[in-house]
Design a binder for this molecule. Sequence first.
Ligand code: 6PG
Length: 486
Amino acid sequence: MTNEQNLAQIGVVGLAVMGSNLARNFASRGHTVAVYNRSAGKTEAFMAAFGETGNFISSETIEEFVASLERPRKAIIMVQAGAATDAVINQLADAMEEGDVIIDGGNALFTDTIRREKEMALRGRHFVGAGISGGEEGALNGPSIMPGGPVESWESLGPLLESIAAKVDGVPCVTHIGPDGAGHFVKMVHNGIEYADMQVIGEAYQLLRFGAGLEPAEIADIFAEWNKGDLDSYLIEITAEVLRQVDAETGKPLVDVILDAAGQKGTGRWTVKEALDLGIPTTGIGEAVFARALSSSLDQRAAAQGNLPTGALKTFEDLGISREEFIEDVRRALYASKLVAYAQGFDEIQAGSAEHDWDVDPRDLATIWRGGCIIRAKFLNRIREAYDANPELPSLLLDPYFNGELKDLIDSWRRIVIVATQLGLPAPVFTSSLAYYDSLRAERLPAAIIQGQRDFFGAHTYRRIDKEGSFHTLWSADRSEIAVES
Ligand code: 6PG
């Protein structure tokens, strides 16, 4: 039975680990938290395990759950993205009243969130798609949170989310990202950057392990050292831990007994699909997604092993460089490739914001990604400074600080791309990121040839560098050029 003074400020629907940890986080901040799970057994198990750790109100029905929330009611859905989410949204909307807030804390596709927000608005409900990053540990102790939706809901929801978010320099890693699907869009790109970040770390490992012949424990020490400098980040830190882990069963480094086939729930793929539609070259993220797909094509890989000519490979000794020089070159190539991935991710966010009229501020993202989320890294402070100095930056790579960094990185980056090729070690993000970088800075690109080809076979016309207008060459006649009204 609930009475006025015992209503919950916030509710969580879905008590798997993420939802359960989020509920516990809210309770640890002194909030009364309503909890509900479709299978009542999960709710009972939650209350048995954590009921005494805070003020929880458990319910067996959605209606009872909604009734236990103070107005304007706020309920966070933490269930599997997709149909399950739609079902819960409608159940909540039916039980809720005008001005109540439904928050989807899963990794929903932002276009679903845009649709849901419109539907809920017609029913007088606020709908917030919120990206929540940081995994189970983040949900419990402090995630980075990226809520979209109507700004009106932020007024009552904001202080609650700020209370549970990670804090960096006392600043909560949460802010209102923008209307409707803006939050889930930004979380999607966060995950795309995460994929690229994880892949470049993997490529660095590959070069140090199978190029320089270092052991996992040695590479762990190198990563731990890198984690004290420019590459200071959660992903570098945990990679060192993964590399230190010894498999209890075999006594081998765990990394050697893990099947090298990467999974992916889909957010990285969405990032690339959207980038293609927006015309933003997220090459690093794209190569990272394809690398996961290729790694999982086990039958094709098995058929290819030993059956594809390698050409004249070199050994590490052939290169005539010291391991120390090589390790530093790898660090610099990793830093440069990571920088490209972030630059491309921010380009996509700004393009998506313009496309959907969200007015997303890159400074906000750099600020709330400094802590709590999977891509949290020291260099996000620099990214924030870059956009503070110039919110209209055409590319992160052109920020004076990062431009200066690239001067120190570029020679190592080129050497590592060459060496990876000579050693026959795959480094798709290192390599494609350098190709992107050289394309961005090139005075002339092969696109001139492409325009000529397109005009030759399809009369698709081309523009000239020396005068305005569109032109077509009469390829199958006298090959004279005519101006074409565009
Ligand atoms: C986060 C993570 C999380 C992600 C899982 C699995 O920000 O906490 O990005 O949201 O869904 O880590 O992602 P993949 O299966 O796509 O690697």
